[in-house]
Ligand binder design. Structure first.
Ligand code: PEP
Ligand code: MG
Length: 633
């Protein structure tokens, strides 16, 4: 790969990052050998896909961060970048990285190489062990990236060069990862600077193993605000949010993995805090405001009282919502709405039920097919579907969506033809109908869960009745073979044709579930992942709302129910609007369960209908949004 004078080995993550390319830069990719053509195609696609870096992982609300920029730093108020919102009062606890004493010279290249191989292998196992404890995909992805760094050819080449020079494995490895992390640290690209901490994290893990030192775990006293030069992503993944109320780091920024993890833990965090934070006395009282990016030192009585009042207000609302989270969701006049969860696996199902899910409205089964070299067998799939069903029990509904890949969701072992418009190509049910072997195996596995729960099977991306009928024919054969007739069948409404034709689909399905993420992209002709169009691709656009209303009308005429499983369902302000249009099931992300249920309890069915009529009469998404904000309860 060449860039002006710079080049890097494309197989090396650290090498490629070291190029510090910017958006819009031109790069030339060169490949040689038998598989050169395939390598070129894959690399090009990888670059076009931003190397898997999600664009949306920065905090959703930049407003408080902008407010922080206006805050004047003083001895009493340290300012950084708000990386995870929230407010907490706690006591300073410094986390300092352990120093390793490393001998320069080793016991010969071959012995040192063996030490090194053992240490990297053990480090990979340690990371695997941490990964297996996690259910959060974001955290797992970070640790997978760490495992990749352990095999990075540039890092390894530099280490082996040290060994050949007679240096110890620890010395050579430290020199290698330190030079790469320092190089990234010096870049003017914030994202790359932040990736330096991933290299240091992996580097120190291996170094500790080589030095025979057990890395001190983060045993933090309760009520702490952790302050550190840097927190490694593994440290952050191991934090106990019951003890750590928030943290500040000198390094990092809003897009760092540390910040992403803080948001998933739901605790306030500030990155890029000023140096003075590192000199604060241990146990000093502080107020961390992750939204504004400020750390108040030794607050006075009035400041404490204000912060306490704000914390109490937020906690009160959350507690009231949590207290109601196990109740059936109803409007204020008692109309029943099912609030269920979107999940990926059995662990998610258990968590969702604990947080008040009344069932599962979308099991994204493709996660079972992801990150592997071969498709999962019928038995493997059945085990997971049955585990989900058991977590829900026989009273709660489970909606399993059949494999939804293609477009933005490729599978390595399912090579789909290269398409100019993959979002308009082989996606969802179209892939399953192309590969009936996969569909059959999956349906057989899903049907095994029928006796354990209220089972629903849902086909994604259906655009025509022909597709639905073809899929239902396969299902009918598998049902006949298994004797399992007790299953409801529905479709996702994600393609405008399905919404427009809802009244004609309705006699042939038991239910509809609207996927507002894709429906928005297809109604507005805006790629759902397009960075410049993201703000305009708003599911509250009146045209999308009209499609939802059309689906509800078509379903109602045949006595079928309509749910929403797209992102719009998790927006508590939109919940009464959707119910007012005729939706009776909202399938939301687990953290949104309590708030959506609580919001519904504040609206009567008649008020929801009025809100829907008002919103449907508006002309733009921002008008709808403003109206919902103004009416929010
Ligand atoms: C949707 O499109 O709204 C949906 C729920 O499906 P996914 O986001 O998995 O494509
Ligand atoms: Mg979809």
């Amino acid at each position: 790969m060449l860039l002006d004078e710079q080049s890097a080995n494309a197989k090396s993550v650290v090498g490629v990052m070291g190029l510090s390319t910017r958006k819009g830069d031109k790069v030339r990719i060169e490949a040689a050998g038998e598989d050169a053509e395939q390598a070129l195609a894959e690399l090009t696609q990888l670059l076009l896909d931003r190397c898997g870096e999600a664009e949306d992982e920065a905090p959703a609300a930049p407003a408080p961060i902008a407010a922080a920029a206006q805050q004047q730093e003083s001895a009493e108020l340290l300012v950084g970048v708000g990386a995870s919102p929230g407010l907490a009062i706690g006591r300073v606890y410094h986390h300092r990285l352990q120093e390793f004493d490393v001998p320069e010279f080793g016991q010969g290249a071959s012995l040192e190489q063996q030490h090194f191989a053992r240490a990297t292998e053990e480090a990979a196992q340690q990371i695997d062990a941490v990964k297996s404890q996690l259910t959060d995909k974001a955290k797992q992805a970070i640790l997978s990236m760490h495992q990749e760094l352990l095999q990075d050819p540039d890092l390894l080449a530099q280490t082996y060069a040290g060994l050949a020079d007679g240096k110890s494995a620890a010395w050579s490895w430290r020199a290698a990862f330190s030079s790469y992390s320092a190089r990234l640290e010096a870049q003017d690209n914030a994202l790359l600077r932040e990736r330096a901490s991933d290299i240091r994290d992996v580097g120190r893990r291996v170094l500790a193993l080589l030095a025979g030192i057990k890395q001190a775990s983060l045993d933090v006293p309760a009520g702490s605000i952790l302050i550190a030069e840097d927190l490694t992503p593994s440290d952050t993944a191991a934090l106990d949010p019951k003890k750590v109320l928030g943290f500040c780091t000198r390094t990092g920024g809003a897009t760092s993995h540390v910040a992403i993890l803080a948001r998933s833990l739901g605790i306030p965090a500030i990155c890029g805090i000023s140096q003075a934070a590192l000199a604060l006395p241990d146990s000093e009282q502080v107020i961390i405001d992750g939204g504004r990016g400020t750390l108040r030192i030794a607050p006075n009585a009035e400041q404490l009282a204000t912060a306490e009042a704000e914390i109490a207000q937020i906690a009160e609302r959350r507690a009231a919502e949590a207290a109601m989270s196990q109740r059936e969701a109803r409007t204020s006049d008692g109309v029943r709405i099912e609030v269920v969860a979107n999940i990926r696996n059995a662990a998610d199902a258990r968590e969702a039920v604990a947080m008040g899910a009344e069932g599962v409205g979308l099991l994204r089964s493709e996660f079972l097919f992801d990150n592997r070299d071969t498709p999962p067998s019928e038995q493997e799939q059945a085990e997971e579907y049955c585990a989900v069903a058991r977590a829900l029990g026989t009273e709660r509904p489970l909606v399993v969506r059949t494999l939804d890949v293609g477009g933005d969701k490729p599978l390595s072992y399912l090579p789909l033809p290269k398409e100019d418009n993959p979002f308009l190509g082989l996606r969802g049910i179209r892939v399953s109908l192309e590969r009936p072997d996969l569909l059959r195996t999956q349906l057989r596995a899903i049907l095994q869960a029928a006796p354990l729960t209220r089972l629903h099977i849902m086909f994604p991306m259906v655009a025509s009745l022909d597709e639905l009928r073809a899929a239902k024919a396969v299902l009918a054969e598998e049902q006949a073979a298994s004797g399992r007739q007790d299953v409801k069948v529905g479709i996702m409404v994600e393609v405008p044709s399905a919404a427009v034709m809802a009244a004609r689909f309705a006699p042939e399905v038991d239910f509809f579930s609207i996927g507002t993420n894709d429906l928005t992209q297809y109604v507005l002709a805006m790629d759902r992942g397009h960075p410049q169009l993201a703000k305009q691709a708003d599911a509250l656009h009146p045209a999308v709302l009209a499609m939802i209303a059309m689906t509800c009308d078509g379903a109602r005429a045949h006595g079928k129910w309509v749910g929403i499983c797209g992102g719009l369902a998790s927006d508590e302000r939109a919940a009464p609007l959707l119910v007012g249009m005729g939706v009776t099931e909202l399938s939301v992300s687990t953290p949104a369960l309590a708030a959506v249920k609580a919001t519904l309890s504040r609206w009567s069915a008649a008020e929801c209908r009025t809100l829907a009529q008002q919103a449907l009469a508006l002309s733009t998404a921002s008008e709808v949004r403003e109206h919902l904000n103004a009416q929010a309860r």
